[in-house]
Design a binder for this molecule. Structure first.
Ligand code: R5P
Length: 304
C-alpha cells in the first residue's frame, strides 16, 4: 500500500485535533464542507479528489452524538463514492460505549447498534480508551484501540501535588488507576460508587488511606461530573486535603458539569482533546493533553 496517497479529513466535531494530526503528518486536511440544512439534515461535500487513496476521517462521536455520527457516515459515503481505496474512522471518543450491556429487560445494547453502523461504512477503526476493552468485539472491522494513559500520566507528573494518592472514583476505574500507579509509583485508594440513576450516584465506602493526602481522581471520562463530585465529597469527609486533581481521557463536561466541578477545591483537571476543548467556557484550571502525535503515529503505521 506504499503507493496509496494518504488523506486526513474531518467533520465538524473536532477540527482542531484533525488539523493537529494532519500537521504532524505533513499534509493538509482534505477540503470539504459540512453544514446543516434548515430542516436539520446535514449536507457534506468533498471539494477535492481522494480517488484510490487511504482516507482517515477524524470525528469523535460526542454530543451532539446523533449528528456527529451521521455526519461521519455521510463523509464515509462521500469518499467511497469518489473512489477512496480504504476508509478508516478515527473516533477518539466513542459515544454509547457505556451501553455495552443491558442492565434490565426492554433495553437495547446501544454500543452494538453504533458498532453495526460503523461496520457498514468503514474498513477500520482507530479509537482511544474505550469504556471497556471488550467493546472491540462488537466490531466486525479491525479496531486499533489506543491508550492515552502514558500521555496523561506524563501530564500529571508535571502537575503532581505534594502528598498524592491516586483514587478510583468507582470500581470500574480500578484497573485504569493501577496503570497510572505503576507508571508514577503512587499509592492508590478506591471508592465504592453506587448508581441510583443516570444522573445520581453516591459513594458507599473508601478503601485505602486518603487522610492527609491530596487526591488525584482518575476515570475514563467526565460527563456530568457527578461521579467526580460525589467522589471528592466523600474524600473530603474522610479528611483528604482540599487540593484535588481530576484526570480523565475524555472530558465531555455536559449538563451540570461546570456547576458540579466549580464547587470542588480543584487544583487541576487534566483531559485529552479526544473531545474538542476549544471554546469551552472553563473557569477551572484545565490542562489538555493533545492526542495528535499518538494518532498520527498509528495512522503512519497503518498506512505503511
Ligand atoms: C462510568 O462507569 C464511567 O466510567 C464514568 O465514571 C461516568 O460515566 C462519568 O459520568 P458522570 O461524570 O456523569 O458521573
Amino acid at each position: 500500500s506504499h503507493d496509496l496517497s494518504l488523506f486526513v479529513m474531518h467533520g465538524r466535531a473536532n477540527v482542531h485535533l484533525a488539523r493537529g494530526v494532519a500537521e504532524v503528518l505533513g499534509i493538509e486536511p482534505v477540503s470539504c464542507t459540512a453544514e446543516d440544512f434548515p430542516d436539520g439534515e446535514i449536507h457534506v461535500r468533498l471539494l477535492e479528489s481522494v480517488r484510490g487513496g487511504d482516507v482517515f476521517i477524524v470525528q469523535p462521536v460526542d454530543p451532539p452524538i446523533a449528528q456527529n455520527l451521521l455526519e461521519l457516515m455521510l463523509l464515509s459515503d462521500a469518499v467511497r463514492r469518489e473512489g477512496a481505496f480504504r476508509v478508516t474512522a478515527v473516533i477518539p471518543y466513542l459515544g454509547y460505549s457505556r451501553q455495552d450491556r443491558r442492565s434490565c429487560s426492554g433495553e437495547p445494547v446501544g454500543a452494538r447498534v453504533i458498532a453495526d453502523i460503523l461496520n457498514s461504512g468503514f474498513d477500520r477503526l482507530i479509537t482511544v480508551d474505550l469504556h471497556k476493552q471488550s467493546l472491540e468485539g462488537f466490531f466486525a472491522i479491525p479496531v486499533e484501540h489506543l491508550s492515552a494513559v502514558s500521555l496523561l500520566a506524563q501530564t500529571l507528573q508535571k502537575n503532581l501535588p505534594d502528598n498524592p494518592v491516586l483514587v478510583a472514583p468507582d470500581l470500574g476505574a480500578a484497573k485504569l488507576v493501577n496503570q497510572y500507579a505503576e507508571i508514577l509509583d503512587l499509592p492508590v485508594a478506591y471508592l465504592y460508587k453506587v448508581r441510583k440513576s443516570g444522573k445520581e450516584v453516591s459513594v458507599r465506602s473508601i478503601v485505602g488511606n486518603i487522610n492527609g493526602f491530596s487526591p488525584i481522581l482518575v476515570d475514563d471520562m467526565i460527563s456530568t461530573g457527578g461521579t467526580m463530585m460525589k467522589g471528592v465529597e466523600a474524600l473530603l469527609a474522610g479528611h483528604c486535603l482540599p487540593d484535588v486533581t481530576l484526570v480523565a481521557s475524555h472530558g465531555l463536561f455536559v449538563g451540570k458539569a461546570m456547576e458540579n466541578l466549580e464547587k470542588l477545591p480543584l487544583k487541576k483537571v487534566i483531559v485529552t482533546d479526544s473531545i474538542s476543548q476549544e471554546n469551552r467556557p472553563l473557569e477551572m484550571a484545565i490542562e489538555v493533553a493533545g492526542l495528535q502525535l499518538l494518532i498520527a503515529e498509528i495512522i503512519t503505521r497503518l498506512h505503511e
